[in-house]
Design a protein. Structure first.
Length: 89
């Protein structure tokens, strides 16, 4: 019985302290966050893949963090950036 509780505690702590992927807009606003990679990690250029999601954005990968709630504001940010770019043209 103790072994079962130990396994359950380990699985809970593993999910609570997992890798957290974050993508920030150029203004350093968090626009995407999750425990699964937002882009293919086996690509030659992670930066280009991140740029497809959030132009001029950057990704931060944090290991062993506190819970990482899902956030996805990429569509809103991309739309806002397009409007700002159109104003500047």
């Amino acid at each position: 019985m103790k072994a079962i509780f130990a396994i359950m505690a380990l699985s809970v702590s593993t999910t609570a302290f997992a890798t957290c992927y974050q993508i920030y807009a150029p203004s350093n606003e968090l626009v995407w966050q999750g425990t699964s990679a937002p882009v293919p990690m086996d690509t030659a250029s992670l930066d280009k893949e991140v740029q497809k999601m959030v132009p001029k954005g950057h990704m931060v990968i944090i290991s062993n963090t506190t819970p990482c709630p899902a956030v996805d504001l990429t569509k809103r940010t991309t739309l806002r950036q397009k409007v700002e770019a159109m104003k500047n043209d």
